[in-house]
Structures are given as structure tokens and as C-alpha cells.
Design a protein around this ligand. Sequence first.
Ligand code: ZN
Length: 322
Amino acid sequence: MALVTTTEMFKKAYNGGYAVGAFNVNNMEIVQGITEAAGELNSPVILQVSKGARAYANHQYLVKMVEAAVINNPDIPIALHLDHGDSFELCKSCIDGGFTSVMIDLSSKSFAENIEGTRAVVEYAHEHGAVVEAELGTLAGVEDEVCVEAGNESYTRPEEVEEFVDKTGCDSLAIAIGTSHGAYKFTAAQCTRNEDGILVPPPLRFDVLEECIKRLPGFPIVLHGSSSVPQEFVKIVNQYGGNMPDAIGIPEAELRHAAELAVCKINIDSDIRLAMTANIRKYMAENPSHFDPRQYLKPARQAVKDMVAHKITNVLGSAGKA
Ligand SMILES: [Zn+2]
């Protein structure tokens, strides 16, 4: 199977009450870890690349690594998606260069500018066989070039979604219901603490999601900033010389519920970074004389694979849906 768009994946996910994981990729070990897990579990998967990843690894390297993953996992649908495209030129460059899906994120602009800019990308993408994700509302947090301070986020206004989708022709819509980018999603002031002293985030705004679903029946919704920041990784990082106080994410039970509704794509990046870093820190500390990168990248890749397998099985519900 060649790279596919997300159209068929989302239709099946919507009707099947599950979501497809969209995992950010920057290097070979991450691409391998994700796609080996998806391949073994017979799950559709979206590999996504941010502007920052493209600057880090270079467009050709990323596309060729993803193409290699497609060859090695011929039985599952894999889409290659641009995460947070911020201009027509960037989206065009990715579509021309083999991506099957792009996000145009003009959510920080006015409603009218967001519609106009998204519409232009949709026209180009559809002429070239690619699909487009757009965004309404803004998430807090930091992700590569996207940075919104906690408190400056704004929930999606459900009364805007129909007009936006109608006028832009976008294929899926990212909405803001309280998820957040990065490993520090919430300030302590926004949270409570449980008996172990771990921060508990404010609940997601399922009322906003349900309003959007009512107005866009059958239409795929996307959640960004949906890492769960597993505390076992944070603990390992901190145990082996790191310093990540109060790193927390979105509870997996909430994401599971969203996946059962119209949410068809759930973005996960920080959990990959954490899985790798925790395992590399541990390996380095336990094996101070080792210096072959393969020695510490192998367990790091395995940790990515195990984490993604857990998400597919227990959070997304996409196992066996290829
Ligand atoms: Zn995002």
C-alpha cells in the first residue's frame, strides 16, 4: 500500500468509534518505533511532521524514511501529514513533496482571515489529491514554533464551526476543548493535587466537543496536545538527572472517551519525546562506559514502540482497524 490520505481512515474511525493516532516524527528510531507498533497491531497510523522537524531532519530525509516505513508495513494505511503549517507556501511545498495531508493553522488570525487562508490551501490540496486539517480556537502550551501562554488559550466557539467548514471545504477540524501542547500543559493554579502530590488537570470541555459534533454530523474532529505525559517516564527522567517538575498531560480515560465520539485524530508528540529521553537517561546512567549510539537508541526505540502500542490498544481503539 502506498501512502494514503486520511479520508478513508477517518470515515472508518468516525463510524467505528475510535481514533487514529497522529504521532510526530523527527528521526529514524521514532519512525520505526511507531510504525512497528502500528504494523504489529494492524492499526492505521498518521505520521506527522512539524515545521521544526522539517528544519531539523530535512524534507527528503523524512519523506524517504516514511516511504521506507510504508514498504516495511505494507498491510496498514499510513498517512504523511504536515503538523501546524503556518503558510500557503509551506503547505504547498509539503504537498508537492509527497505529503498526503497538511494542516493549515491560522487559528491565531481573525475568523475571516482563517477562512480565506484555509480556503486557498484546500483548493490547492484538493487539486493535488491531498487533504487539509484546519483549526478553530487556540490551545495553550508550547510545540516547536507554536507558543501560547497558559491563560491566553481560547475554546472553540461551536457556533462558528459550520460556517467555517462550509466556507473553507476543509476535510477535518482541530478544536480547542482544553488540551494543550507540550509536557507542561497546565499551571499549578489551574490544577488540583492528588494524594501523591501529582497535579490533576482541569477536565476537558466535552460540552464544547458535543456542541461541535451536533453542528457537524459525520465530520472528523481532531485533538491536538493530547499527550498524557505518563508519570512513569517523568519519574525516570527525574531519577536519572533530569528536572521536570509538575509535567502532566491529558488523562487517557478522557482521550478514550473523545475517541469514541467524533474525534478521529489524536495528536501525540510529547509522550514520544519522554519515552525516548527517559530511556536514554536511564541507559546512560546505568552504562557509563558505553558510547555506541545504537546501544542507547535501541531501548529508546523500543520504548517508543511500547508506548505507541499502549496508545493504540488502550486509548485510540484503532488496533485491528487497518
Ligand atoms: Zn498541535
